[in-house]
Design a protein around this ligand. Structure first.
Ligand SMILES: [Fe+2]
Length: 232
């Protein structure tokens, strides 16, 4: 990968660092302009065989029978492509989300919502030749953001996509079409360009084309270029 391929953030299509109404972002984002430094071989190459370090885990968070997680069963078909729409086989895709009641499996989640012992909450998969990963899971719930004035996160699924080097990582969120909370979510709305925002929203596939007991959502992750999926 050349340095020129590591594009600068586009302020229209990538969210701003400090998001109004989301206090924590001001603690995570530099207050001064970034200093651009030439990348050297150590940044542009990296450990090979990423899969040996990031072991794939199951692509099923919903379980079966007595061990089924509560909630609406969904099937996510996420496709990783480059700026030309060509698949990115071998991309390592990590996915995590909260349970149907809006509770994460994380000690810092203070949301007063029940845990679900049958819900695991995270998966790591490898994109196949067509750039596709498929996840069977349940639809996550909305949850209130602590210390805010009534902000509820809309249902969403976190994605992390690793390329062939450590620097080529995209962390983003997938939203569900038509959710009324989408329009009020400071994180999604921090992307000013409407087309770029829409790239974060999955598409409900015709039911007949998917497993009959699950709603199927198609989601395309564009890892770079002008039409790249915004980082969130
Ligand atoms: Fe979240």
């Amino acid at each position: 990968m050349k340095e020129s391929q590591l594009a600068r953030r586009d302020p229209a299509t990538q969210s701003e660092g400090v998001v109004a109404g989301y206090v924590q972002t001001s603690q995570r984002w530099p207050a001064q302009p970034l200093v651009r430094r030439p990348l050297t071989r150590s940044e542009l190459t990296g450990p090979q065989q990423l899969l040996k370090r990031l072991t794939p885990v199951r692509g099923d968070l919903a379980g079966y029978g007595d061990k089924r997680a509560l909630g609406q069963l969904i099937h996510i078909r996420a496709r990783v492509v480059d700026e030309d729409g060509a698949p990115v086989p071998g991309a390592v895709v990590e996915i995590w989300h909260c349970n149907a009641a809006g509770k994460y499996i994380h000690p810092n989640d203070s949301n007063d919502a029940p845990e679900d012992p049958n819900f695991y909450g995270a998966a790591r998969m490898v994109a196949g030749d067509s750039g596709l990963v498929e996840l069977r899971t349940i639809k996550p719930g909305a949850y209130p953001v602590p210390d805010t004035d009534g902000w509820w996160r809309p249902p969403h699924v976190h994605f992390s996509v690793w390329g062939r080097i450590w620097l080529s990582r995209l962390v983003t969120q997938m939203f569900f079409p038509g959710d009324p909370l989408n329009d009020a979510d400071p994180i999604l709305q921090a992307i000013r360009d409407a087309d770029a925002r829409n790239r974060c929203i999955a598409r409900l596939a015709p039911t007949a084309k998917g497993p009959q007991n699950a709603l199927v959502y198609d989601y395309q992750i564009v890892v770079r270029g002008k039409g790249a999926t915004p980082a969130l």
